[in-house]
Design a protein around this ligand. Structure first.
Ligand SMILES: [Zn+2]
Length: 123
């Protein structure tokens, strides 16, 4: 093996090592469809089984060609008022702990408002 070839081989193999180390240490940076950065916005997406999704791009949302509905977070109470709480579930794929908390807080807030409205209308 010539000196030139050996040097080149050395550079390539050390570069490969660096790339492998990077991928191993930061798998999230490499994954194209990482769900970690999805932000919980103005809308929620509900599939026919009353599963709440926060991402329109969630791969579980239009699973098997199901038609999903887009609702505003602020309209959640009206959307779910006839649905038993036990029927509602959260997508484990796109709803993280923070989103889950925000959604429940928002729903509790809307429920509270509705209760106050009913109390006020009775007085
Ligand atoms: Zn989802």
């Amino acid at each position: 093996m010539s000196d030139k070839k050996f040097k080149w081989l050395l550079i390539v193999s050390s570069l490969t090592c660096i790339i492998i180390a990077f991928v191993w240490k930061y798998p999230e940076a490499v994954k194209a469809n990482s769900t970690k950065d999805i932000k919980f916005g103005e809308y929620l997406y509900i599939n026919p089984r009353s599963t709440i999704h926060v991402s329109r791009k969630c791969s579980k949302l239009n699973y098997k060609g199901w038609k999903s509905k887009r609702i505003k977070v602020a309209d959640m109470y009206y959307y779910f008022k006839d649905t038993p709480m036990s029927d509602i579930s959260f997508c484990p794929h796109c709803v993280n702990d923070k989103d889950y908390e925000s959604i429940l807080n928002s729903l509790a807030f809307q429920l509270d408002n509705r209760v106050n409205e009913i109390i006020e209308s009775r007085n």
